[in-house]
Design a protein around this ligand. Structure first.
Ligand SMILES: CC(C)(COP(=O)(O)OP(=O)(O)OC[C@H]1O[C@@H](n2cnc3c(N)ncnc32)[C@H](O)[C@@H]1OP(=O)(O)O)[C@@H](O)C(=O)NCCC(=O)NCCS
Length: 222
């Protein structure tokens, strides 16, 4: 069932409501190794980070109620260049690839950071609308690609995402993680040779239990 919803940019008046909805959405998800829900704290930290992309911070409204949200940040990736003198070097020839990599291979791409829909509004097309709307806007803003550090493969392939390993990108520990996905907004932008990337620095704060406890006390009073 597709619901008639309105999509607009988030404003600072929405912050607490969006953090509450993020909590409700993620409370229902069991991520391996995660003891408690932290994604509402993630939303809070993300908005304060320099990498946060305000122009892609959308909420979905049903009547006056905010029922969904999507957020992005930017990251720099250093793409391996596997072309030399117009000749392609085999993609698995890592030494050659990295050897000729240079500063001009550093590219700013998007990272899809959060997507949340209130549980009672699931499967009404709201998540899909938030993704499609933001992809269109991202293209208009000139972004050429995005990474998705933790996506559901069966869900995000609907929108054109592929495993990041398709483009040669590995997870932080060097593995090919299914949930690590990527999308080109301009065909060929990521290449196939992979490269270096890292999570934004605010991810460290996410795991700081003391900071989380302080935030959670404030959150409980929202
Ligand atoms: C994932 C989420 C954003 C999807 O939002 P939604 O508005 O329900 O999604 P849509 O209505 O666009 O799409 C619904 C379809 O996606 C499927 N889907 C939802 N979650 C899925 C998942 N984890 N894996 C595979 N498919 C999924 C549904 O089964 C449904 O399939 P159907 O169209 O065949 O019936 C929502 O379930 C949510 O907020 N989940 C909790 C937070 C979360 O996990 N966020 C994403 C982190 S990557």
């Amino acid at each position: 069932m597709n619901k008639d919803i309105n999509i607009r940019l988030e404003t600072d008046k929405d912050y607490k409501i969006v953090e509450k909805l993020t909590f409700e959405a993620f409370e229902t998800v069991d991520f391996p190794g995660q003891k408690y829900t932290i994604e509402h704290f993630f939303a809070y930290l993300l908005r304060k980070d320099a990498s946060f992309v305000h122009e892609l911070d959308f909420v979905a409204e049903d009547e006056e109620e905010i029922v969904g949200n999507i957020m992005y940040n930017t990251i720099n990736i250093k793409v391996n260049n596997c072309m030399k003198n117009n000749k392609s070097i085999p993609e698995n020839d890592v030494y050659s690839c990295e050897h000729i990599s240079s500063e001009k291979n550093i590219k700013e791409v998007l990272s899809l950071a959060l997507l949340s829909v209130l549980p009672k509004f699931h499967s009404m097309g709201i998540g899909g609308r938030l993704i499609e709307n933001s992809l269109k806007k991202a293209k208009d803003l000139g972004y050429k690609a995005m990474l998705l550090p933790g996506g559901y493969p069966e869900y995000y392939t609907r929108f054109g995402f592929k495993p990041a390993s398709f483009y040669g990108f590995k997870w932080l520990d060097g593995s090919e993680l299914d949930a690590f996905m990527a999308l080109e907004l301009e065909e060929g932008y990521l290449g196939r040779a992979g490269g270096k990337w890292k999570l934004a620095d605010f991810y460290n704060d996410l795991l700081d239990e003391e900071k989380f406890r302080e935030y959670q006390i404030r959150f409980n009073e929202y």
